[in-house]
Design a protein around this ligand. Structure first.
Ligand code: SF4
Length: 410
């Protein structure tokens, strides 16, 4: 049977899709991750924003148009949040974020498993990307006021170190970069008497370089950075979630740090890794964000000198603590997102151009016969002439100058 496995969400969803792909292939199915005509569709939905949820519904409509007689399985965060929105004619099965492998057994109806209290092992993901994703935990206990995810993914469940190590070692055979993913990887180990620091120590034997997914401020301390330094295989790239540079907005967001504390953590990181890429997520247009609060965020972004910023216009999610706070005028939110995006572009360019003339290690992700491109250890997109580079393999290159959305190197 031809099966399309479609991911509409984050790297955790992608990992789960890759794992289900591995299972489907081992069951003898022909599997694709591209939207195309198929006998069966497996759609891993996202609910992180209204737009993500709308896109998830739209994909269901798209696949039903492509083949109205196909089996359509809808799983993931948007289905966990509101299964009914997918219970439409033509959809075979709707499930949430738990027991995703059961999708292989069910043939019809709506079925939401209760959220588990321990990490659910899935089959190791099929590693067919240049960079492998390895999931280390699920769930989050933070309940940031704008975020629906803890309600959909449940509490932190950490995967056993030995399982993570085993999957990383397997992935390292075919790729030179492994990305550790999870809903809140900073909380790794809190439920099993371990920590992300201990996991990094255990993974120091992996031959591929390790990139950490999104981090929370609280995880950064001397011991954590010493472990990274000692391991020697962790990328100097810290995606340290900020969300706002205004203390009053941070407090309304239920984020338990101040801008000053965040700045101190960045200083600590830079005392270990002076050239590290500090990237972040910022939400603009939170309901209580004033023009002054937004200006604080802009000034703070410049102060830190982020290497990149993911700018998210606030998305009001029913069921979150921030929902009753209402929402700002969409035109204001858009204008703030546009302004911050300009700052992000300036900062990104400044960081990237500081590497002209220097050497970087690039894992090749794609090539077109003219250029091969991939990301450096500090997450800069780098283009090199395509002279028989191998996808998934690391090249040491010397940066010549700026190119497209990154750098050009030889
Ligand atoms: S840390 Fe906050 S934003 Fe991230 S998943 Fe948990 S509640 Fe959501």
């Amino acid at each position: 049977m031809k099966v399309c496995v479609l991911n509409l969400g984050c790297k955790v969803n992608q990992y789960e899709c890759d794992s289900l792909t591995a299972s489907l292939l081992s069951l003898g199915h022909d599997v694709s991750d591209e939207l195309s005509v198929a006998d069966c569709y497996l759609i891993n939905t996202c609910a992180v924003t209204k737009e993500a949820e709308r896109k998830s519904r739209q994909y269901v409509g798209k696949v039903l148009k492509l083949n109205p007689r196909a089996k359509v399985f809808v799983i993931g965060c948007a289905a966990e949040k509101n299964a009914e929105q997918f219970s439409i004619k033509g959809v075979t099965f709707v499930s949430g974020t738990a027991a995703k492998e059961k999708v292989l057994d069910f043939v019809e109806g709506v079925h939401i498993e209760p959220l588990p209290s321990e990490y659910e092992e899935m089959k190791d993901a099929l590693n067919f990307r240049a960079r492998s994703y390895v999931k280390i935990e699920d769930g989050c206990n933070n309940f940031c006021s704008y975020c629906i995810i803890p309600y959909l993914r449940g509490r932190v469940r950490s995967r056993k170190v030995e399982h993570i190590l085993e999957e990383c070692k397997k992935a390292a055979v075919t790729t030179d970069e492994i990305v550790l993913t999870g809903i809140n990887i900073s909380a790794y180990g809190s439920d099993i008497g371990s920590s992300l620091t201990e996991l990094i120590e255990a993974l120091s034997v992996v031959s591929a370089r390790i990139r950490l997914g999104s981090l929370e401020v609280g995880v950064v301390d001397e011991a954590f950075l010493q472990a990274i330094e000692k391991a020697g295989n962790v990328c100097p790239h810290f995606h340290l979630s900020l969300q706002s540079g205004s203390d009053s907005v941070l407090s309304q967001m239920n984020r338990h740090y101040s801008a000053e504390e965040y700045e101190k953590k960045v200083e600590l990181i830079r005392s270990f890794f002076p050239q590290a890429a500090i990237t972040t997520d910022i939400i603009v247009g939170f309901p209580t964000e004033t023009e002054d609060n937004f200006e604080e965020t802009m000034a703070f972004a410049r102060l830190i000198g982020f290497a990149d910023i993911h700018v998210f216009p606030y998305s009001r999610r029913n069921g979150t603590a921030a929902y009753p706070m209402g929402a700002l005028d969409p035109a204001i939110v858009k204008s703030r997102a546009d302004k911050l995006s300009i700052v992000k572009s300036e900062l990104k360019r400044a960081y990237e151009s500081s590497f002209v003339g220097r050497r970087l290690e690039v894992v090749i992700e794609r090539k077109d016969g003219v250029f091969a491109e991939g990301h450096s250890e500090n997450y800069i997109r780098v283009y090199v002439p395509d002279r028989d580079q191998t996808i998934g393999k690391k090249n040491t290159v010397t940066v010549q100058g700026e190119h497209a959305d990154g750098l050009r190197a030889e």
